[in-house]
Ligand binder design. Structure first.
Ligand SMILES: *Cc1c(COP(=O)(O)O)cnc(C)c1O
Length: 369
């Protein structure tokens, strides 16, 4: 991007909607007026057109390849964000059942998912990290997971607190339901472990407007015909996510991001290695300056996506944010519910951005340490 606009791009540590890969943005720009073969933009053509159908199928196929999704799972593209899934999941998988859904609360998003399920059916809380201000994950082997639970719900990455499950959990015969909104596609997954994995796109996979739901086909049998049509997974699966007009632009960008992951990054193992090395750069600085950069998450539970820390005083925090902003490092303020700093370093955050933040943090520590 040689233009002046490109030179004005900041290093964007926003938690979401968040940074997208520059090659994806360039491709959108190049195809904005005329999608190849369509003679119009992606936003101006029918979702039944052969161009859009190809985009939709490609996006699904690339997701399936990246995540090794087999024939026993269905991939849906829905709207309403992750929050609609907080409701759709219990409406489809819990309504009318006696066996409880079990929730593991490791931060703000899990806490928000819980009351939506309680409106629908029996729910148990297996773990609540409240006592330690959601700075850690539970030892799963010590939790009373019921083999016949309707499902077990986790949040793989708590975006606000910055705690993340580093591997796929094994919940046995109880279907694992995972909110992966802020770490979708950050590493390879063992999809056999997941009854249902869902993610809004606007953190790690694309723009706001589309939410990916990948669920085991056998779970579709639970969806009651009494449910409103849009909210019924079986209905959505039968219509290949086109029961109503899908968010065509968002699906197109999601497809371009999966293409970037496959063809430019080289797959999710490479993406994972990059994410590990980016996060290490920042956590090393926290560990070297623990009195200035007070990390929120317990060390072994740290997120590779959202690096959260506080300062000994609000005055230092203000100076940090002002200095960072002057250096082109933006959107570092933590969520209003927890304060402090949050550096979101999703897949699309380039290493140069992390290096620039690291240099700034090292210099700041020399002045304030
Ligand atoms: C952002 C976020 C949500 C909410 O997503 P919406 O699309 O705004 O509904 C839910 N869960 C997690 C983990 C998130 O990061």
């Amino acid at each position: 991007m040689a233009s002046q606009v490109a030179q004005e791009r900041i290093f964007n540590f926003s938690a979401g909607p968040a940074v997208l890969p520059v090659p994806v943005l360039e491709r959108i720009r190049d195809e904005m007026l005329c999608l190849p073969g369509a003679g119009a933009s992606i936003m101006e053509i029918s979702h039944r057109s052969k161009q859009f159908i190809a985009i939709h199928e490609q996006a699904k196929a690339r997701l399936a390849r990246l995540l090794n999704v087999g024939a026993d799972h269905e991939i849906l593209f829905l709207q309403g964000g992750a929050r609609l899934q907080f409701s759709m999941i219990p409406m489809n998988l819990l309504q009318g059942r006696e066996q409880p859904a079990q929730y593991i609360l490791t931060g703000s998003w899990g806490k928000s998912a819980l009351p939506e399920a309680q409106k629908v059916g029996p729910v148990e809380v297996l773990f609540d990290g409240k006592e330690t201000n959601y700075d850690r994950l539970p030892d799963i082997s010590k939790l009373a997971i019921k083999p016949d639970a309707s499902y077990v719900h986790i949040t793989s990455n708590e975006t606000i607190q910055g705690v993340q499950f580093p591997a796929d959990l094994d919940t046995g015969t109880a279907p694992l339901v995972c909110d992966s909104s802020s770490d979708f596609l950050y590493r390879p997954y063992n999809m056999d472990r997941y009854g249902l994995l869902y993610a809004c796109a606007q953190k790690n996979a694309g723009p706001a407007g589309v939410t990916v739901v990948i669920l085991k086909k056998e779970l579709l049998e639970r969806s009651s015909a009494e449910l409103p049509g849009y909210l019924n997974y079986a209905n959505q699966a039968a219509a290949d996510s086109m029961w109503n007009t899908p968010p065509t632009f968002a699906v197109y960008v999601l497809g371009l991001v999966t293409e970037w992951l496959e063809d430019t990054v080289g797959g999710l193992e490479k993406m994972h290695a990059l994410n590990q090395s980016k996060a290490k750069v920042l956590y090393d600085i926290l560990d070297q300056n623990p009195e200035l950069y007070m990390g929120h998450a317990r060390k072994q539970d740290r997120s590779l996506m959202n690096v959260t820390f506080r300062f000994p005083s609000e005055e230092i925090e203000k100076q940090f944010l002002a200095g960072a902003s002057a250096a082109g490092l933006e959107n570092l303020k933590g969520h209003r519910s927890v304060g402090g700093i949050r550096a979101s370093i999703y897949n699309a955050m380039p290493s140069e951005g992390v290096q620039a933040l690291a240099s700034f943090m090292t210099e700041f520590a020399q002045k304030h340490g």
